[in-house]
Ligand binder design. Sequence first.
Ligand SMILES: C[S@@+](CC[C@H](N)C(=O)[O-])C[C@H]1O[C@@H](n2cnc3c(N)ncnc32)[C@H](O)[C@@H]1O
Length: 204
Amino acid sequence: MNTSKQHWENVYNTKVPEEVSWFQIYPKTSIAFVEQCNLSPDAHIIDIGGGDSHFADALLDKGFRNIYVLDISSNAIEKAKQRLGTRASKVNWIVSDITEFAPQVQFDLWHDRAAFHFLTTEDSIYKYVSIAEGAIKKGGHLILGTFSENGPKKCSGLEIKQYSAASMSAIFEVSFDRVKCITEDHATPFNTIQNFLFCSFNKK
Ligand SMILES: C[S@@+](CC[C@H](N)C(=O)[O-])C[C@H]1O[C@@H](n2cnc3c(N)ncnc32)[C@H](O)[C@@H]1O
């Protein structure tokens, strides 16, 4: 098991949802971005590093029928499944390191909140971008949330890479047009603030 997988298996094995800084009862900003994509209920949507997030629940509530959640941690996926109960069978679950993901379908929407920023080497960022480029349909959507340049330098005790609208756009510009970027303060369950950058892109 690589150290990153070990880290995340341990996090989801030892912490309850409200004990992790990224916890949100409802992923308001992500869903606001999804609404701007005007997707049909049959759209293929994947949440990268979805963990135990309520994003899949919110998509199910909105009537989406082709939802995928990918995470490096099988414990995270098990937790999400248990939370969703019978609704879990309506989601496609994938345990994989994103940099080794070999998608079987193409997606209309690729969403990632606070997973991409853990990739800190040029090689792993390059792999992520190549996989996203191949996996997102022409005209499809990419929504990425990372810590901003005013955000923390670490997440879950691990080094992360902060982004600005310009630096994130530069990484994706070969295959994606930027649509919109915003920053937002996320209030953690411990009453601290983390400044996020969210950008959306369209696949050329
Ligand atoms: C900070 S949490 C965010 C969880 C979720 N996206 C949310 O907003 O609540 C980061 C998530 O990314 C997952 N992750 C970290 N590195 C990953 C990788 N290389 N491939 C896939 N998932 C990864 C972790 O297991 C964890 O669930």
